[in-house]
Design a protein around this ligand. Structure first.
Ligand SMILES: Nc1ncnc2c1ncn2[C@@H]1O[C@H](COP(=O)(O)OP(=O)(O)OP(=O)(O)O)[C@@H](O)[C@H]1O
Length: 239
């Protein structure tokens, strides 16, 4: 369970004219408990969705308030929180660090599987389960964008997180690969929080948070929340 308690994120913005830096509010304060298994976060570009997602595993720390995952604070128990909460970026290249898929997945297994032969076998099994067995030894850059996103997901899942936070995991993918990644996410036993611009995907969640100008402005069942978001985007002040 993830709890945000008056979580506020601010940033210092330099003054191009050389004056004093100013403090800008990026998100919050947000207070909410996220316990549902399938949660979507929607909102306009620049509304604060990624900031909210990054708060959930401590990639961004609150400037005030707190974010607590299963009783662990992201500010004080960062490594333990990150072991529980896996994070998938929009661009898989932001997180694939090894030359080949099998090495990348094996790297994620290093904490839990000390033996290197066993680790490689497990990595190959994990890749086979997502249909990437025949890509296991290719250079990562030879994989398609969809295959790389699937690999990034497989590597994060190999760390066995309790929660998966995905920041627009299908934005760069074509329709077919979007379906593959959506199906994989839907099949997971873990709690999954997905930031998305895909309103069909949001409608399949149990709960949808609508973020606007750094605040959660709507929070509820998908049909209601997506309708609220669409109406917000259609408002004349947006044009
Ligand atoms: N470290 C930072 N310093 C200053 N401003 C920042 C910082 N991080 C994010 N921002 C600003 O905060 C706002 C929210 O950014 P965020 O990435 O959370 O939006 P988003 O809703 O995920 O957008 P998109 O859909 O375009 O990815 C943006 O205006 C962004 O420029």
């Amino acid at each position: 369970m993830i709890e945000l308690r008056d979580a506020l994120v601010t940033a210092w913005t330099p003054d191009p004219a050389g004056g004093p830096d100013t403090v800008t509010r990026l998100l919050g304060p947000v207070s909410t408990t996220i316990a549902e298994r399938r949660v979507a976060v929607v909102g306009a570009n620049g509304s604060g969705k990624s900031t909210l997602a990054r708060l959930l595993n401590g990639l961004v720390l609150p400037s005030a308030g707190s974010v607590v995952v299963d009783g662990l604070s992201t500010a004080h128990d960062g490594p333990a929180v990150r072991r529980r909460v896996g994070f998938v970026f929009t661009d898989p290249d932001a997180q694939l660090v090894m030359p080949t898929p099998v090495e990348d997945v094996a790297l994620s297994l290093r904490r839990t599987v000390p033996d290197s032969t066993e680790r490689e076998a497990r990595a190959r099994d994990a890749l086979a389960r997502v249909g990437l067995a025949d890509r296991a030894d290719l250079p990562v850059h030879a994989l398609s964008g969809g295959q790389r996103q699937l690999l990034a997901l497989t590597s994060v899942l190999a760390t066995d997180p309790d929660v998966l936070v995905c920041d627009e995991p299908t934005t760069l993918l074509d329709l077919r690969w979007r379906g593959v990644v959506d199906d994989l996410l839907a099949s997971l036993p873990q709690q999954v929080v997905v930031v998305t611009h895909d309103l069909d995907a949001a409608r399949r969640a149990e709960r949808v948070l609508v973020v606007d100008e750094g605040l959660v402005v709507h929070d509820g069942p998908p049909a209601e929340a997506v309708a609220a978001y669409e109406s917000l985007m259609r408002s004349p002040s947006r044009r």
